[in-house]
Design a protein around this ligand. Sequence first.
Ligand code: ADP
Length: 219
Amino acid sequence: MPVKKQYAVIGLGRFGTSVARKLHEAGQEVLGIDVIEERVEDAEPYVTHAVVADSTEEKALSSIGIRNFDCVIVAIGNDMQASILTVSILKEMGIKKIITKAIGKRHGKVLEKVGADWIIYPERDMGERVANQLLSPNMLNYIELSQEHSIEEIMIPSKMAEKNLRELDIRAKYQVSVIAIVRGKEIIISPSPDQLLYEKDILVMIGRREDLAKFANIE
Ligand code: ADP
């Protein structure tokens, strides 16, 4: 269980509610804030506390005690002005970690200028994920490390089952490295060359994205 932290989520639409709910389920303390009372009521089962407030008013944020929160997530949807104003007020108040969602590039740029620490582009990122999944059906999940490199979870090609890593010589043949094997509930970290692979194993691999894509497309 991660260390218990205090989170505030401003804007309880679909995005904000799902962030709040997940954090709350993980045992974290979550304050939900929305300007619409009905949204606040709907979110009540999924948060520790929920309050009605307009985050573009500094006084309202102050009286909630927003300064005491470790991390504030600004999940205001289409009202760009409200989201930018909220982030700049939070920054001025000295909030250490401000996470926010942007609806587009220009919105994101402004959020960066006013001091957001992490900007999320949900539609763009989800679209990329779907496309990547379609391009490499054996790829289950990935983390981008840079423009060129990533860590990916890839289903083992069936022809590699019942062979060990030395025989398969994956690093030399595909220029990618296996850093772990997920086998059901078991995880084998830094597998040895003698490690046998089985059908349904998932390989956690690191490498250049194009090399990983080739590996993920082996029949
Ligand atoms: P989503 O795409 O995540 O469903 P929405 O636009 O539906 O996004 O949700 C954004 C939420 O943010 C709405 O519930 C809205 O009432 C809330 N919101 C907008 N402006 C403010 C504000 N100034 N203060 C607090 N909440 C706000």
